[in-house]
Design a protein around this ligand. Structure first.
Ligand code: G3P
Length: 239
């Protein structure tokens, strides 16, 4: 199984704290990601709960992200999650200020700085176009636009609120063209992905559409296939 490199378009699978994606199930999801990567070559990372990070990292080649990190240095910080410790546990990246674990702006800025010091890839979540531009100015690797009201709804942001996706892409690239833009909330199938990519998003952040799917492998494969089509549109139908 070859190592999955973080590249774009990207799928970031947030396992949240669903029972379907906790413990041994988290490991199964990381292995499902490997199978979809083998089939499509599409880069997919997974964000398990902190308690599952080491086991997931040890049991698959899937890039592992933390769902949250704290802007602290190793030392006396009881109950905090130190970036260097996550790297040691096998983490390659981190979600910062997800709408279910929001942080004040100054803490987001400090967390990006700490993550960079530990060489963690940073994906900062934002719930508005304005917020996405603000956090982009802190220089993360990527910003993920997610309107909280659509999270877990099955109503895709790329169809229900296309202006928030294209608005965030424009606002973020204006601040820093190097910062990648993901979108998330309500994404469940390939059509939602194609709509997101057409709006300028460079990847997706997804959870329930895969974690709670009857067949998570088929659901993830459908999302990845849409990205494959996007990357290499079929031009020569005779081939
Ligand atoms: O982090 C991803 C997430 O918040 C989107 O959730 O369940 O709508 O895909 P979901």
């Amino acid at each position: 199984m070859s190592v999955i490199i973080i590249r774009y378009p990207l799928i970031l699978l947030n396992l949240k704290t669903y029972p379907e994606s906790t413990g041994q199930n988290a490991i199964e999801f990381a292995r499902t990601v490997e199978r979809v990567y083998e089939k499509t070559g599409i880069s997919i990372a997974v964000a398990p709960q902190t308690v599952d990070i080491q086991a997931v990292a040890d049991s698959s080649e899937t890039p592992v992200f933390a769902q949250h990190i704290d802007p602290v240095k190793p030392g006396k910080n009881t109950g905090h999650t130190v970036p260097e410790a996550l790297v040691e546990a096998g983490c390659e990246g981190a979600l910062i200020s997800h709408s279910e674990r929001q942080l004040p702006l100054e803490v987001i800025e400090a967390t990006i700085k700490r993550a960079r010091e530990a060489d963690l890839y940073t994906v900062v979540c934002a719930d508005t176009v304005e917020k996405s531009a603000r956090v982009a100015s802190f220089g993360p690797d990527a910003v993920a636009i997610e309107p909280p009201e659509l999270i877990g709804s099955g109503i895709p942001v790329s169809k229900a609120q296309p202006e928030i996706v294209s608005g965030a892409v424009e606002a973020v690239k204006k601040v820093n063209p190097k910062v990648k833009v993901l979108c998330g909330a309500g994404i469940t199938d390939g059509e939602d992905v194609t709509a997101a990519l057409e709006l300028g998003a460079e990847g997706i952040l997804v959870a329930s559409g895969v974690v709670k799917a009857e067949d998570p492998y088929a659901a993830l494969l459908d999302l990845a296939r849409a990205m494959q089509r996007w990357k290499k549109p079929v031009t020569d139908v005779t081939g």
